[in-house]
Design a protein around this ligand. Structure first.
Ligand code: HEM
Length: 526
C-alpha cells in the first residue's frame, strides 16, 4: 500500500492530482477563451466590409453628425451594397441597394422589423408607446391593424374632399398672405390630418392642439437624435437619481413625457366626446375604430387607438411638409418642368374646373414629377432604422442580433448607375412608366412590415396640393430691391426628416378665373 501524500488544504486529495486538476482547469479556461476569441474574430472577419474601426470605440468618431446620408453614400461607393459600422460596440449595418433591402427587410421581415431600443426617447420620454418606435410584437400588430382599417387603399377615397379643400385653401392663403410659407403649409397639412384622425377642425395657425402636437414631435426629434444623450451611450445612467450633477436629462425627459401623455389623451378624449355628440367631423379614424368595435371597445383597444392616432399625426406632418417644400424648390429651380406640368393639366382638366384627385390616372407627367420629388430630396434620407432580432447571414456576411439596420435611402435614390445625373430634377427619367415610379416610392416609403402605413393617404394629400398649385398659379421666385430674382439655395438642416429651409416664393395666379375658382371652391369642411 502506498503512503498517502500530505494533504495541504484538501484532505484526502493527493498533491499531484490537485495540481493536475488546476492545470487542466487553467488549460480549459485558456482554450475556451481562445475558442471564444477565434469565433469572435472569425465573425468579425465575416462581417460586411466598412471603414477602419478603432479598438473599443470602433467608428464612433467617424459617424458623422452633419448630413450623415452623404458620408454613408461616400462609403457606399467604396464598400458596396452593404457595409458595417461599430459605434462603441453597437453594431450598425447600412444597406445601400434596393436589392439587398428587399432581401433583408422585406423577405426576412420576421426578424428585421424591430426598432432600436432608445433609452432617452423610449424608456424615459415615453415615445416607445407610439408606433414609430414601438418594438415589434402584438401591440405593434394591433396598432398597424387600426391604421389599415381606416387608411387603406379601399377606404382612403372618403377623405379626398378634405384633401382637395385643404389644398385649395393653402393655395389661396399663399396668394393673399405674405406670412411664411412653411407655417401655411404646416397649418393646412395639420388640418387634413387632424380632421381625418380626430375629426377636429384646425382654427388658425396658432391652434393650440396643433401647436402642442408639433411640440411633441419636435421633442421626439431631439430625443431620438443619435449621439446627443449620454444615457443612450451609458444606459445604466437612467437608474441614477436625477439630483446628481450633470444628469439633467431626467428633468427634460419628465417634461417631454408629460406633454406627450397629456397631448395624446386630450386629443383622443376630444375626438371621442365630439364624435359621440355629433360635433366632430365624420368619418375620422378614432370614431371609425370605436364604431367598428360596436360599443365593446376594451380599455386596451382605446389605449392603442389613442397612441396610434398620435402616430398618424406625427408620421404624416413633417414628411408631408418636407415633400411640399421640396416640390416648390424644384419648381423654382426647374421652371421648364413647371411649364410642362401645367400644360398637361390644362390639356386634361381644362380651365373650367379645378383638378381633383380622381384626375390622377390621366396625369402621367404629374405622377412622374411627384415621384421625382420623392427621389430628388427624399423626406427620410436614411429611412427609419430597423433592428435585427436574431443573428443572420447574408451573402456570406455575419449580421449579429441587435444590429441597427439603416436603409440608405439617399444612396438608393441617387445611385448614378440607376439614376444618371442623380442631382438633376428630371421627371422624364421614368419615361411615363408607373413601374419605374413605383421603384422610387417602394424605397422612399420604407420597407417590410414597417413600411409607411400612410402611403395612400400621403399620395392623396401630395397629389391634391401639387396639381392645385400648378393648375391655378405660377410658382415664382421673390425679387430683391433691385428687381433681381432670388432662387433659394437647396439646403436643409440635419434632421431625421429632410426639410428644405428658407424656401421663399410667390404664387402668382395664372388668371383671374383661376383665382375666383379657388375662392368659390372654399367649403365648410375645414
Ligand atoms: C410624403 C409623405 C411620407 C413619407 C415620405 C413617409 C415615409 C415613411 C418612412 C420612410 C417610414 C419608415 C418605414 C420603415 O421603417 O421602413 C414611415 C413610417 C411611418 N409613417 Fe410615413 N411617410 C409619409 C407620410 C405619412 C403619413 C401621411 C402618415 C399618416 C398615416 C404616416 C405614418 C407613418 C407611421 C405611423 C410610420 C411608422 C410605421 C411603423 O413603424 O410601423 N406617414 N413613413
Amino acid at each position: 500500500m502506498q503512503a498517502p501524500h500530505p494533504t495541504p488544504g484538501q484532505p484526502g486529495v493527493p498533491f499531484s492530482t490537485s495540481y493536475a486538476a488546476l492545470a487542466v482547469a487553467v488549460v480549459m479556461l485558456l482554450v475556451s477563451l481562445l475558442v471564444h476569441e477565434l469565433s469572435a474574430y472569425s465573425k468579425r472577419r465575416s462581417m460586411p466590409p466598412g471603414p477602419f474601426r478603432w479598438p473599443l470605440i470602433g467608428n464612433a468618431l467617424q459617424v458623422p453628425q452633419v448630413h450623415p446620408w452623404l458620408t454613408c453614400s461616400r462609403w457606399a461607393r467604396v464598400y458596396g451594397d452593404i457595409f458595417y459600422l461599430d459605434a462603441l460596440g453597437q453594431h450598425i449595418v447600412v444597406i445601400n441597394s434596393a436589392t439587398v433591402a428587399r432581401e433583408l427587410l422585406d423577405r426576412r421581415s420576421s426578424i428585421y422589423s424591430g426598432r432600436p431600443h432608445l433609452i432617452m426617447a423610449g424608456d424615459l420620454a415615453g415615445y416607445d408607446r407610439t408606433l414609430i418606435i414601438l418594438p415589434y410584437g402584438d401591440e405593434f400588430r394591433q396598432q398597424r391593424r387600426l391604421i389599415s382599417q381606416t387608411l387603406s387603399i379601399s377606404t382612403i377615397g372618403q377623405y379626398h374632399n378634405i384633401q382637395e379643400a385643404a389644398a385649395r385653401r393653402l393655395v389661396l392663403g399663399v396668394i393673399d398672405d405674405s406670412s411664411p410659407l412653411e407655417g401655411q403649409i404646416k397649418m393646412n397639412i395639420a388640418s387634413i390630418i387632424m380632421l381625418v384622425t380626430y375629426g377636429y377642425t384646425v382654427k388658425s395657425t396658432e391652434d393650440v392642439f396643433v401647436e402642442r402636437a408639433i411640440k411633441v414631435m419636435e421633442n421626439f426629434t431631439l430625443a431620438e437624435m443619435p449621439g446627443t444623450w449620454l444615457v443612450d451611450m451609458i444606459p445604466q445612467l437612467k437608474y441614477f437619481p436625477s439630483w446628481m450633477p450633470g444628469l439633467t436629462f431626467h428633468k427634460t425627459a419628465k417634461a417631454w413625457r408629460k406633454l406627450l401623455y397629456t397631448t395624446s389623451r386630450t386629443l383622443y378624449q376630444w375626438s371621442k366626446e365630439h364624435s359621440n355628440n355629433g360635433t366632430a367631423h365624420l368619418p375620422n379614424l378614432c370614431a371609425s375604430v370605436l364604431a367598428n368595435a360596436d360599443g365593446k371597445a376594451t380599455l386596451q383597444l382605446e389605449e392603442s387607438l389613442m397612441w396610434v392616432a398620435l402616430a398618424v399625426l406625427s408620421g404624416g406632418l413633417d414628411t408631408n411638409i418636407s415633400t411640399i417644400l421640396s416640390f416648390i424648390l424644384a419648381m423654382l429651380h426647374y421652371p421648364d418642368v413647371q411649364k410642362k406640368a401645367q400644360a398637361e393639366i390644362d390639356a386634361v382638366v381644362g380651365s373650367e374646373r379645378l383638378p381633383q384627385i380622381s384626375d390622377r390616372p390621366s396625369l402621367p407627367y404629374i405622377r412622374s414629377l411627384i415621384a421625382e420629388v420623392y427621389r430628388w430630396l427624399p423626406a427620410g434620407p436614411l429611412g427609419a432604422p430597423h433592428a435585427l432580432d436574431e443573428d443572420d447571414v447574408y451573402d456570406g456576411y455575419f449580421l449579429p442580433k441587435g444590429s441597427i439596420i439603416i436603409p440608405n435611402v439617399w444612396y438608393m435614390l441617387h445611385d448614378p448607375n440607376i439614376y444618371p445625373e442623380p442631382d438633376v430634377f428630371k421627371p422624364e427619367r421614368y419615361g411615363g412608366s408607373d413601374i419605374e415610379m413605383k421603384k422610387v416610392t417602394d424605397i422612399a416609403f420604407g420597407f417590410g412590415r414597417r413600411a409607411c402605413p400612410g402611403f395612400y393617404f400621403a399620395e392623396g394629400t401630395i397629389f391634391s396640393i401639387v396639381m392645385t398649385v400648378l393648375a391655378t398659379c405660377d410658382i415664382m421666385p421673390i425679387v430683391d430691391d433691385h428687381g433681381q430674382e432670388i432662387i433659394p439655395d437647396i439646403k436643409y438642416p440635419t434632421k431625421a426628416v429632410l426639410c428644405p429651409e428658407d424656401v421663399k416664393c410667390i404664387f402668382r395666379p395664372r388668371s383671374e378665373k383661376a383665382k375666383s375658382a379657388l375662392i368659390h371652391s372654399t367649403t365648410s369642411i375645414l
